[in-house]
Design a binder for this molecule. Structure first.
Ligand code: ADP
Length: 504
């Protein structure tokens, strides 16, 4: 059969650890899935954004070039020798760095001559096959690493004119890429890369940010790519990791609360079990306490009744024993009754101004016989100028009696008892000092709890119910004071009852 605490531990294991483990495992699995799906989602979003950005760049570029070509076409139609008009169009188009117009037969129409080595580069591009291609497609083509664009326009007489122009890198970067990509609202870094992967433009320094993906531009920038980089701290993995940390923290707190709750329950249960044991001990102790003086009284009474004791001195002695045991019984029953009244909240105290000295001496007087019989050296010192103190004299007398009774009960070979009363720090302190067994430091707080008795064999040999000090503490606190103990095992104890002076 398992003990209650073992049963509780097994139950706690089942009811707390198992669900906590299940929650932790489920949490871990769902976090993993969450991480994977958020990564996927992030990539999809990044791809959509990149495609959109690339389209926007191309559209802007195309619009700028269309505008240029329209103006050029107008210039070509307007004049027979359009040189100056073309100059003017060119001056208003910073995107075009160099422009050549070639006639149907490959003759250079504008400018007068090829610049530098352009003939070698542009010549083949504007040749007849290229013209035919343009005529068929009717569109512009972009070649040679996005630098050169070809388009077909018509001259004044309706003859085809091939337009070849070189884009200006700086203007492209500044007016097309920077304005289009710079305006995008996205936390990621967007860059444009050339055919070799060199950065042509980037919205922010890339540093060693990892590349998420890149998409190809289409017709307007056929050799280039638009790449998306992850800004530091913005990766979905990091976001998920932050969430994981939060989740783990919350789970940890939950488990901590559960564990704290179980520990508290376990302690409560242990206290209840302990209390039940103490209560049953209490009943046994009280019964035993009642029985002993009763049997002494009965034995001495019967002896006297039978007239067997002829010696007057002995007879007096027997009477005293009977009286003492009677007093002991009264004290015991008073203690138990008061205790039960306190427990039921029915105890009341009547405060009246009381002289301390008569109270102390009177209480000590009731112990005169056992003190003398056990050879106690008694010392009483009451400060001479003590004021009257408002108190319930019966209750304080009972508290003092309990302390003196304990000093006698838990005495050792050195039998000495000191009771002193004086004012310390504005409070009346009545202290009972013995040189008895003493109390271990770890027991000192517990002895004031109800039913608690120090479980040592030397204490066990002494009669007691375990409510005496609980009663003393209650009485002290009801007067607005307290009771303290200073003690060392083997050296003795000093209990101080401290009561305020000014209460009425
Ligand atoms: P009890 O009926 O057991 O005396 P108390 O509440 O009066 O109950 O005391 C609680 C415990 O405190 C005692 O069991 C004893 O172990 C310890 N105790 C009290 N007074 C003294 C003392 N003067 N010297 C040593 N131990 C003491």
């Amino acid at each position: 059969m398992l003990s209650p605490s073992a049963r509780f531990s097994a139950l706690a294991l089942l009811a707390i650890v198992a669900p906590a483990t299940i929650v932790a495992v489920l949490g871990y699995v769902s976090i993993r899935q969450w991480e994977a799906s958020s990564e996927l989602l992030y990539r999809e979003q990044a791809r959509d954004m990149a495609t959109m950005a690339a389209e926007k760049v191309e559209m802007t570029l195309r619009r700028a070039e269309d505008d240029f070509l329209d103006r050029l076409q107008a210039a070509l139609r307007a004049e027979r020798s359009p040189g100056r008009a073309v100059d003017a169009v060119l001056a208003g188009s910073p995107l075009v760095r160099r422009l050549y117009l070639v006639g149907a037969r490959g003759e250079l129409l504008y400018p007068r001559a090829w610049k530098e080595s352009d003939a070698a580069i542009f010549g083949p591009l504007v040749s007849e096959p290229a013209q035919r291609k343009l005529e068929r497609g009717g569109q512009r083509v972009v070649i040679a690493e996005n630098q050169i664009c070809l388009a077909l326009l018509t001259g004044r007489g309706g003859q085809p004119v091939v337009v070849a122009f070189l884009r200006d890198d700086d203007t492209l970067r500044r007016e097309i890429l920077a304005t289009t990509l710079g305006a995008l609202e996205s936390p990621t870094i967007i860059a444009v890369l050339d055919r070799e992967g060199r950065t042509v433009y980037s919205r922010a320094p890339i540093g060693d940010a990892p590349r998420v993906l890149s998409v190809q531009f289409r017709d307007a920038l056929p050799d280039w790519r638009l790449a998306v980089y992850q800004t530091p701290g913005a990766s979905p993995r990091q976001a998920v990791r932050r969430q994981v940390m939060f989740f783990t923290g919350a789970l940890g707190a939950l488990v901590a609360v559960i564990v704290a709750g179980s520990v508290a329950t376990w302690r409560l249960m242990r206290r209840e079990t302990e209390m039940a044991r103490l209560k049953s001990d209490f009943v046994a102790n009280v019964s035993h306490d009642l029985k002993t003086p009763l049997s002494v009284i009965r034995m001495f009474g019967e002896t006297l009744e039978m007239g067997r004791v002829t010696d007057e001195g002995r007879r007096q002695e027997y009477y005293r024993v009977i009286t003492r045991e009677g007093e002991r019984l009264t004290r015991l029953i008073d203690n138990v009754l008061d205790f039960s009244r306190i427990e039921g909240g029915r105890q009341t105290y009547r405060m009246t101004p009381t002289s301390v000295e008569p109270l102390v001496r009177g209480t000590l007087e009731t112990f005169a016989y056992p003190l003398a019989q056990q050879g106690f050296k008694v010392e009483v010192s009451v400060a001479p100028d003590l004021p009257e103190v408002a108190m319930d004299a019966d209750a304080v007398g009972q508290a003092l009696a309990n302390l003196i009774d304990n000093a006698i009960k838990y005495s050792a070979d050195d039998r000495a008892l000191t009771v002193d009363a004086r004012v310390v720090d504005g409070r009346l302190v009545i202290a009972v000092t013995d040189r008895g067994l003493g109390i271990a430091p770890e027991e000192q707080a517990k002895i004031f709890e109800k039913f608690y008795r120090v479980g040592r064999s030397d204490t066990q040999g002494r009669r007691g119910s375990g409510v005496g000090l609980a009663l003393v503490r209650h009485i002290a606190e009801a007067h607005g004071g307290d009771v303290t103990v200073e003690s060392a095992p083997g050296e003795g104890s000093r209990f101080s009852l401290r009561l305020p002076l000014g209460r009425s």
